[in-house]
Design a protein around this ligand. Structure first.
Ligand code: SF4
Length: 449
């Protein structure tokens, strides 16, 4: 790619005109960042304590993965196992054992690091029984330095969620609940494999909020057949009738061979919205969220309650450590990336053999200037920014300022900072194109890569 290709087209509507979508792409293109790494062939208890303590000045998160759901939603790439009788007690028991194994391996020094955030994701954590999930939360609290400021989030969905469950999690220490909605339109939800109706949605959201937790919900834009009116009504409903404190808004990622694309191919669902319609959905959602008093807090998150910190999601995008628990959970300690045993069979086997069920890979050190800048960019765009120009690598491209000016004129930045030490803020359209801007900034500085 040439430097000139990094410039945006200055048109009437930056959401639609700024860049040409990659052929066949249905959402703003973004290239995954790949890093060189080598497998660590020594057991966790040998390398982890030193690596863990050496990072005591960095934020720490715990991530617990629950790879079970009642059934598969059509659009979802994360579905692994169907819930079945007895799954909750068995999985919770394995998690309790793994938490104890991890604590033993890290030793007493683990208490020197305070935990900033704990996240139960999946899958569907709310499908575990209230007492089983509460026992896991309590175990983490007893083994790690978790205090009242630690954000503890449980992800859930409407079906299977009860006020007794949320009360049990809250008593155990959870203080934030994130409910996956995707849409609040009953008929539309059912076509996508989400069965609960609006009445159940409202009852669940109020039950969760009444327990005293911070409550967030998520929506998806770009679903087949979704219209601007539908997403506007989702936002009105959540803003006016529900007690949510925050909202995640994700672009649909349509994965090849997903059940969603298969249903579209068979004519059972309408086609995916095109580039213009997708942009209109984002625009309508972000304008309406603004009008209902929500602050566009991070790239994909809005909030209307300052107590809603979205801490785990923010830390996970920065230079924090994440200790993983559960089958198929991912994490990292500094330059070491962690991936837990991917199947329940291999996970169970390792835990029952008293081993931390994890594979570790160490990134090549020192990391290149390009990789360092890629990390800086990734962190900045999550906060709806580009790094200050002073932080951009020295580059043969003397025209970086011209590029920034172009992106500003194209409507992707709110202003051009006068000082090269000031971060560059993305506009709403810039947030829509944020991952593409990240990739272009990297190309502009490292044209040969
Ligand atoms: S409940 Fe969540 S994780 Fe499970 S299939 Fe549906 S969207 Fe995916």
């Amino acid at each position: 790619m040439k430097f000139a290709d990094c410039f945006a087209h200055i048109g009437k509507d930056p959401l639609v005109d700024a860049f040409e979508p990659a052929k066949g792409s249905t959402f703003p293109p973004a290239q995954p960042q790949r890093m060189q790494s080598t497998k660590l062939d020594i057991p966790f208890q040998q390398w982890a304590p030193g690596a863990f303590i050496s990072r005591s000045d960095r934020p720490l998160c715990l991530y617990v993965h629950i790879p079970f759901c009642r059934h598969r939603c059509l659009f979802c790439p994360f579905y692994r196992y169907a819930t079945h009788a007895g799954f909750s007690a068995e999985y919770a028991e394995l998690l309790l054992k793994e938490i104890a194994l991890t604590a033993d391996a890290l030793g007493k020094e683990r208490h020197q690091r305070r935990v900033d955030a704990v996240y139960f994701g999946g899958g569907t954590p709310s499908d575990l029984s209230g007492t089983d999930l509460a026992a896991v939360i309590e175990s983490l609290r007893s083994q790690f330095s978790i205090d009242s400021e630690t954000e503890i989030t449980v992800e859930g969905r409407i079906r299977g969620f009860t006020s007794e469950k949320v009360e049990a999690w809250r008593k155990a220490g959870a203080n934030r609940v994130s409910i996956g909605l995707q849409s609040t339109d009953t008929a539309f939800r059912r076509r996508l494999g989400r069965l609960a109706d609006r009445k159940e949605i409202l009852e669940t959201l109020h039950a969760a909020k009444n327990s005293g937790v911070i409550l967030v919900a998520d929506l998806i834009y770009g679903l087949p057949g979704q219209t601007s009116e539908m997403i506007a009504e989702d936002i009105r409903f959540l803003a006016e009738e529900s007690p949510v404190d925050g909202l995640d808004l994700y672009a649909l990622k349509a994965f090849a061979d997903s059940p969603l694309l298969q249903q579209i191919d068979r004519g059972r669902l309408p086609p995916l919205p095109g580039t213009v319609d997708r942009a209109q959905l984002f625009r309508r959602a972000s304008v309406d969220l603004d009008q209902f008093g929500f602050e566009h807090f991070t790239r994909q998150h809005w909030r209307r309650e300052p107590g809603e910190r979205s801490l785990y999601n923010r830390l996970a995008k920065g230079d924090s450590d994440i200790l993983p628990f559960g089958s198929a959970a991912g994490g990292r300690i500094g330059p070491i990336t962690l991936m837990q045993e991917p199947t329940m069979e291999s996970y169970r086997k390792q835990v029952l053999a008293n081993e931390k069920p994890v594979h570790a890979r160490s990134r090549s050190q020192p990391i290149s200037e390009r990789e360092q800048f890629a990390q800086t960019l990734s962190h900045a765009v999550e906060h709806r920014q580009l790094p200050p120009l002073k932080a951009w690598p020295k580059t043969p491209n003397l025209a970086l300022e011209d590029l920034i000016l172009n992106w500003r004129y194209a409507g992707l930045l709110t202003a051009v900072p006068e000082c090269c030490h000031t971060p560059i803020s993305l506009s709403s359209a810039g947030s829509y194109w944020a991952l593409h801007l990240r990739d272009l900034a990297l190309k502009a500085c490292f044209p040969e890569s």
